[in-house]
Design a protein around this ligand. Sequence first.
Ligand SMILES: O=P(O)(O)OC[C@H]1O[C@H](OP(=O)(O)OP(=O)(O)O)[C@H](O)[C@@H]1O
Ligand SMILES: O=c1cc[nH]c(=O)[nH]1
Length: 192
Amino acid sequence: MASRSRGATGSAAERELLSAGDVARTIARMAHQVIEKTALGAEDMPPPVLLGIPTRGAPLAARLASKITEFSGVTVPTGTLDVTLYRDDLRRKPTRPLAQTQVPGSGVDDRIVVLVDDVLYSGRTIRAALDALRDHGRPKAVQLAVLVDRGHRELPIRADYVGKNVPTSRSEDVSVLLEEADGRDAVLLGAR
Ligand SMILES: O=P(O)(O)OC[C@H]1O[C@H](OP(=O)(O)OP(=O)(O)O)[C@H](O)[C@@H]1O
Ligand SMILES: O=c1cc[nH]c(=O)[nH]1
């Protein structure tokens, strides 16, 4: 279980920001936005490549891809991108376990790549993802989809698709729970 998640139970001090139904509706809305913004289905426009950032970005990317296919009829290449070795805090936290990178056979060259993550906070994970992506080719463009943007950016990074903007204080913690990793879907706001 990832460090920030309190698992399937949650504590009384946590407030539910999104229910399981909200999470499903949010992903569906984001799928429609990706279809529109990437001009999916237009002639001479290959579908975007979705890359989820482990831990929870990976199942999120798979769910987003499945909704995009459901709404558009187009299959979207989907994979995962581990950013661990590209993090700028690697020396401070050298024991982080590696996750899996699986770039689909389509590759990323000349494609729109949509990075998918559960939470956007400082932006440092996404900065690392941009570095990691460089090892796999040169996308035509890179976009970012996050389920929750909680603010407090430390780098000039913004998301193209945001499920929910949540104003937070730095002393708070956003936990995204997903069925695949946590046994249920929810977004919780608690104390750090
Ligand atoms: O914008 P940032 O400040 O980088 O924070 C956002 C990242 O923090 C969490 O990942 P975490 O590193 O806790 O690992 P996890 O995905 O395994 O939970 C979250 O899943 C994002 O990837
Ligand atoms: O609150 C936060 C901050 C970074 N990453 C998370 O998953 N939650």
